[in-house]
Design a protein around this ligand. Structure first.
Ligand SMILES: *[C@@H]1O[C@H](CO)[C@@H](O)[C@H](O)[C@H]1NC(C)=O
Ligand SMILES: *[C@@H]1O[C@H](CO)[C@@H](O)[C@H](O)[C@H]1NC(C)=O
Ligand SMILES: *[C@@H]1O[C@H](CO)[C@@H](O)[C@H](O)[C@H]1NC(C)=O
Length: 307
């Protein structure tokens, strides 16, 4: 088990990566998170929620919001995207929507994004939201048009009828190709294929299998990253302040990840206890003993500027 670095004595060795932490990464999976939860929660035939009410208004509204306010350079046809989405979901048996069924929809919403900003994460959703809030320039899946439009939504068609099933949708595990899973799978693949320059991967050091080969990162994104396009894979392992400290850059599944990266010819770095991420945790939980040094040293450093 590694020791938690304090704020004043961080084991961050690459000086500027402290700053680049601000400039890159962070929330690629609000969406992924819920389905990772869904994938790995051993819920035996729990009743699932049905399609999110008002889904059409939400999806089309988010699309217009995105192309009008978030990224006005895009010239996509939101109604057309919706039509392709409906066709993909309605045309198939309700539990059998493949990634191919979504291809026309993805074709109608091409998007490129800048290098050095992609953030991938697994099992660090809450922290990622904080990270995203302080470092809005990094790109996560939710910052892409498709991620933005479908974040946190549920949908499925009906067996006979054409239309959504608003009363219940099947479990992931019950379907050969779940309509929600297939969309995110393709979206994640596209996101990873586009990644270039330096990318950041945020993993949870407080759980076993922080790098899970069944997660969207481990099963789809990692395989879609190109060693030719990606300069460095910068891994950040972040544990809860109060522990447990189970995995780190030198312990557990992260070592496997590093081996995979190395064998594929990626350059990589790995940091335990990134300062920014630790400060973000301390803001939510200042009473933690590991935060006291941090707070004191920050007050100390800042005081002259208030004089
Ligand atoms: C699922 O879709 C595939 C390809 O579209 C088809 O061959 C298969 O019969 C379908 N299965 C069910 C249960 O509908
Ligand atoms: C790590 O995972 C646990 C269990 O899912 C979660 O409670 C915790 O908030 C996560 N820690 C971080 C730093 O994301
Ligand atoms: C990419 O990451 C490496 C290793 O952390 C660093 O040396 C390099 O300066 C980074 N490049 C950019 C453009 O951030």
């Amino acid at each position: 088990m590694h020791k938690h670095a304090s704020c004043t004595n961080s084991n961050e060795s690459r000086g500027h990566s402290f700053m680049s932490a601000l400039n890159t990464s962070a929330s690629f999976v609000m969406t992924i998170a819920w389905f990772v939860v869904a994938l790995f929660c051993p819920g035996p035939l729990r009743a699932q929620l049905g399609t999110t009410p008002n889904i059409k208004h939400i999806v089309v509204g988010r699309c217009y919001n995105y192309i009008t306010l978030v990224n006005p350079s895009l010239r996509h046809d939101c109604e057309d995207i919706w039509r392709h989405f409906e066709k993909a979901v309605f045309r198939q048996s309700f539990c059998n929507v493949t990634v191919e069924d979504y291809h026309k929809m993805f074709f109608a919403m091409p998007q490129t994004w800048p290098c050095d900003r992609s953030l991938f994460w697994s099992k660090t959703r809450t922290l990622m939201h904080s990270y995203a809030a302080v470092a809005p320039e990094f790109w996560t899946l939710e910052d892409t048009l498709v991620g933005y439009m479908f974040n946190d939504l549920i949908w499925c068609g009906q067996e006979e009828d054409s239309g959504f099933d608003f009363s219940s949708c099947p479990e992931w595990s019950a379907c050969s190709d779940h309509p929600v899973y297939s969309l995110w799978r393709q979206a994640s693949q596209n996101f990873a294929e586009m990644a270039c320059g330096n990318i950041t991967v945020l993993l949870n050091g407080s759980i076993a299998n922080a790098f899970n080969k069944k997660s969207m990162f481990g099963s789809v994104e990692l395989d879609s990253l190109s060693p030719q396009r990606v300069d460095h894979v910068n891994i950040k392992v972040v544990a809860n302040l109060e522990g447990p400290f189970i995995e780190s850059c030198t312990e557990g599944s992260i070592v496997d990840l590093i081996q995979i990266l190395q064998s594929r010819g990626f350059r990589w770095t790995c940091t335990d206890n990134d300062q920014i991420l630790m400060i973000l945790q301390c803001i939510k939980n200042p009473e933690q003993s590991s935060c006291q040094t941090c707070v004191n040293s920050l007050i100390h450093r800042k005081s002259p500027t208030f004089n």
